[in-house]
Write a protein that binds this ligand. Structure first.
Ligand SMILES: O=C(O)CCC(=O)C(=O)O
Ligand SMILES: [Fe+2]
Length: 267
């Protein structure tokens, strides 16, 4: 074992989640390809989780909350459709977050996010040749917060994969719910009928059960998903580890202003 292996083993349960082993990576890749969602339970070591929970708790008072409406497609209105059509229907999201520049360089999250073995494992599991941070100073590592009544409404992601780490689930509500293969973004097939039925609660949805310290890999580009409202006084706290498959990419100024209330600099 090298020094870098040891450092990663201090943070994550490498015995169970063998990011350093090609066979294990290949198995996980197959599982993600089959299900579109992978939950690695007990990913974080107990003391790393405790430190992360303290960091997240301290960050809450600095979080930016800006309830806003959006369509499931996260794009502007299409005037070809009327206002009430699912293409243009406005849904409210109220969760808040802190940004990369508010998270210490030595934090558990950043040590994992930048760790070469963790990144190499992710590349294999996701089928990417390399993973890069965002070029702007806000978007790479975020912590999302949802308090009583707050939610992240139904949407499709722009990126083809998401990596999240559950810091503290809500004790009631705050469920991650999804339905796979609802649209085919690359073919321009928008899945209007089924999308509307899901948003209107007319179809069954799946739920991912995420406990504190669990890592989740999710393909959300064609899977409609949401985080349901938190239903008690607990706060759902979740880290998003955002990567790009190309270097030098920044989140657009408009998106930064909307999600973070400000625009970062370019590193
Ligand atoms: O909070 C979550 O579990 C999922 C977040 C999500 O879907 C997103 O950031 O696009
Ligand atoms: Fe998403």
């Amino acid at each position: 074992m090298t020094d870098t292996d040891t450092a990663l083993a201090d943070l994550i349960c490498l015995d169970m989640h063998k990011f350093d082993q090609p066979d294990w990576r290949a198995q996980q890749q197959a599982m993600l390809a089959e299900t579109g969602a992978l939950v690695l339970s007990g990913f974080l070591q107990a003391d790393a989780l405790a430190r992360l929970q303290d960091e997240a708790e301290a960050g809450l008072s600095h979080a930016y909350f800006n309830p806003q409406t959006h369509t499931v497609y996260l794009t502007d209105i299409d005037p070809e459709f009327d206002e009430a059509h699912i293409r243009n229907r406005q849904l409210l999201s109220s969760k808040g977050c802190i940004c990369d520049d508010q998270i210490e360089a030595g934090s558990v999250l950043k040590q994992i996010y930048h760790h070469p073995i963790f990144k190499a494992g992710l590349c294999d599991i996701l089928g990417e040749s390399a993973l890069y941070p965002y070029a702007d100073t806000l978007s790479s590592v975020n912590i999302h917060y949802a308090r009583k009544g707050e939610e992240l409404n139904w949407h499709y992601d722009n990126s083809s994969f998401a990596v999240t780490l559950m810091i503290s689930p809500a004790t009631k509500g705050g469920h991650f719910e999804y339905v796979q293969n609802v649209r085919q973004a690359d073919k321009g097939e928008m899945g209007f009928d089924v999308t509307r039925q899901i948003v209107d609660g007319e179809r069954p949805v799946k739920r991912l059960s995420l406990g504190a310290g669990d890592l989740c890999l999710f393909r959300g580009r064609n899977a409609l998903h949401r985080v349901s409202p938190v239903e008690d006084d607990s706060t759902r706290q979740l880290a998003v580890l955002a990567y790009n498959s190309q270097p030098g990419i920044s989140l657009s100024d408009t998106a930064q202003k909307t999600f973070y209330g400000r625009i970062g600099s370019t590193a």
